[in-house]
Design a protein around this ligand. Structure first.
Ligand code: NAD
Length: 262
């Protein structure tokens, strides 16, 4: 197993799905982790305490709303205060809304751009200088296959994820040679609450049960016809953080069962 002993990480949107798996993978590899995301206070505390007990690591939580630049300053300050610095930043918080562009609610557009794109600008601009100074850092942005190709009814999400892929390249170039890398991970369909809402919408539209809906959606897009496992995305993040990955930067890595090979 790869180890990242004593590295200090922030994982945004880690109270659920892919982010929770990334936080667990980093904690198991030896990192202190600052979790973030929405959810019930008791559930979040239970998850935090369970991960701390399982790994013996320093696991914290900060409730910053990633739509709010001021709250994001608070998140970074809290991590710096708790850990004495941030070595690994995983920008993962994300939301989705599905509608044709002419019906796309303006507030949904604004929220999706804020959480899925602008939040990463706000976190990166605050952690990069100290990473550069220390000569080591890892920034990983959870983009999507939708950061590489388009899909109908996902104007805001596709625009934000394409933007995140572009931001990843710029940060990689600006950090090149400093020991800091910046990459995007581009998952295909992964069974999480974010996708479950789309499966339910499809099932309703097509008049099929949820299992059929999940299978038909995969069959249409993901050649492996199998959902990506969240823990495999966590393992990819850990690999990108290890020293063997120091020359991997500016990339957008699909983990998508062949979706983008078509
Ligand atoms: P999820 O709904 O399970 O998790 C999303 C996380 O983001 C949660 O912890 C949630 O609380 C948090 N979040 C949402 N809005 C927030 C806000 N304003 N402030 C702070 N936290 C907020 O979804 P997921 O599928 O695990 O998604 C994680 C990331 O992976 C997202 O960026 C998503 O776009 C991306 N992604 C998901 C899939 C998939 O198939 N599930 C595929 C490609 C990319």
């Amino acid at each position: 197993m790869l180890t990242l002993n004593d590295r200090r990480a922030i994982v945004t949107g880690s109270t659920s799905g892919i982010g929770a798996a990334m936080a667990a993978a980093l904690a198991k590899a030896g990192c202190a982790v600052m979790m973030n995301g929405f959810g019930g206070a008791d559930d979040i505390e239970q998850a935090r305490a369970a991960l701390a007990a399982e790994t013996g690591g320093d696991i914290r939580y900060h409730a910053a709303d990633m739509r709010d630049p001021t709250a994001i300053v608070g998140l970074i300050d809290a991590a710096n205060e708790a850990f004495g610095g941030v070595d690994i930043l995983l920008n993962n918080a994300g939301i989705q809304h599905v509608a044709p562009i002419e019906d796309f609610p303006v507030d949904q557009w604004n929220d999706i751009l804020a959480v899925n794109l602008s939040a990463s600008f706000h976190t990166i601009r605050q952690v990069l200088p100290a990473m550069r100074e220390r000569g080591w850092g890892r920034i990983i942005n959870t983009a999507s296959v939708q950061g590489l190709i388009g899909s109908v009814d996902k104007a805001a999400y596709v625009a934000a994820k394409h933007g995140l892929v572009g931001l990843t390249k710029v940060v990689a170039l600006e950090a090149a040679g400093s020991g800091v890398t910046c990459n995007a991970i581009c998952p295909g369909s992964t069974q999480t609450p974010l996708v479950q809402a789309q499966i339910e919408r499809y099932a309703q539209q097509q008049g099929v049960d949820l299992e059929t809906a999940a299978q038909e959606r995969l069959a249409a897009k993901q050649p492996s016809q199998t959902s990506v496992r969240t823990e495999d995305i966590g393992a990819l993040a850990v690999f990108l953080c290890c020293d063997a990955a120091e020359q991997i930067t500016g990339t957008s890595l699909p983990i998508d069962g062949g979706w983008t090979a078509q």
